[in-house]
Ligand binder design. Structure first.
Ligand SMILES: [Zn+2]
Length: 299
């Protein structure tokens, strides 16, 4: 089988996996990433988060990017008012403790389009995505002992009756709640066919096998400095980047330069000022952003 045919097959398994695991906006995200290698690497990152016991579906649902309308709606809520009042208190405490300096707060919202752009233009993604595709090409060619392919052609995947993708399982609604159902798909592969009557066991197991491949840790030679598209800490209204200005308004420290934030003492000063904001936690540690705090109205 040539590379072209292999990549076509990888694309079919990628589609089956996204229909099986995700619903709504998350499911629809992947086709927006045009290059197969970058799309595959994004799916790997999502599956990795989904299978991480410390993050899982709840993390994805919590982080999933808001639309511009959702941001506007949030700005009318009591939670947003609470956020604004806590930020005002932090600024007062910081400015009182650091005469001659002024703390400012605010973050640019990054919508899904921005985040997809960030993913496809990230140097680490550009390095690692082709490496990951190379691994997938090896995987997709695997054969069983008797010589039959481990990843057979999936055949016709559109159900003629419903028009749905055959691997779309019971949770095709737009709700992110469906994600918790998706988490159930991390069952032992042997149990899967019994639960899903519609798809032949063999095909189902092959897709489950592909998901096992996606779950495996992958470390490329590049360093990826962006979140998977849709999962940026700045996709919702709840992440705040702080900046330090001097009296004249000149910016001394912004979003960048973690080492300078620390050596100047402002990382510690900000942390101390955050004590008056009980609904904030942070700073963000991965990546290392001592200026970045999260607001959680339920905390
Ligand atoms: Zn930030």
């Amino acid at each position: 089988m040539g590379t072209k045919a292999n990549d076509l097959l990888i694309g079919h398994y990628l589609d089956a996996a996204r229909f099986m695991l995700f619903a709504g906006e998350i499911r629809d995200l992947f086709p927006r990433i045009k290059a197969l290698d970058q799309r595959l690497l994004a799916l790997h990152r999502f599956v990795h988060v989904l299978s991480d016991p410390d993050r899982g579906a709840a993390f994805i649902a919590d982080r999933w990017v808001w639309s511009k309308d959702e941001v506007s709606d949030w700005e009318t809520t009591p939670a947003h008012a609470l956020q604004a009042s806590e930020i005002a208190q932090v600024i007062k405490k910081f400015n009182d403790a650091n005469p001659g300096h002024r703390l400012k707060a605010g973050s640019e919202h990054r919508d899904l389009g921005d985040q997809i752009w960030g993913w496809t233009h990230n140097a680490g993604v550009k390095t690692n995505a082709p490496e990951y595709l190379t691994k997938a090409r090896v995987e997709i060619k695997r054969k069983a002992k008797d010589g039959t392919p481990r990843y057979p052609d999936l055949g016709d995947v559109i159900d003629p009756v419903t028009g749905q993708h055959a691997f779309q399982i019971g949770h095709g609604g737009p709700d992110l709640v469906a994600l918790s159902a998706a988490a159930l798909l991390f069952w032992p592969a042997a149990l899967l066919p019994a639960t899903i009557g519609l798809i032949e066991a063999e095909r189902f197991q092959a897709v489950a096998r592909f998901i096992e491949f996606l779950k495996k840790r992958f470390k490329g030679s590049g360093t990826i400095t962006v979140a998977a598209p849709g999962l940026s800490a700045h996709g919702t209204g709840r992440a705040i980047d702080f900046r330090v200005h001097d009296r004249s308004g000149k910016k001394l420290h912004g979003a960048g330069g973690a080492a300078n934030w620390r050596s100047s003492g402002f990382a510690a000063q900000l942390k101390a000022a955050m004590a008056v904001a009980p609904h904030f936690h942070g700073p963000l540690t991965a990546p290392d952003e001592p200026w970045h705090y999260f607001f959680d109205p339920d905390a």
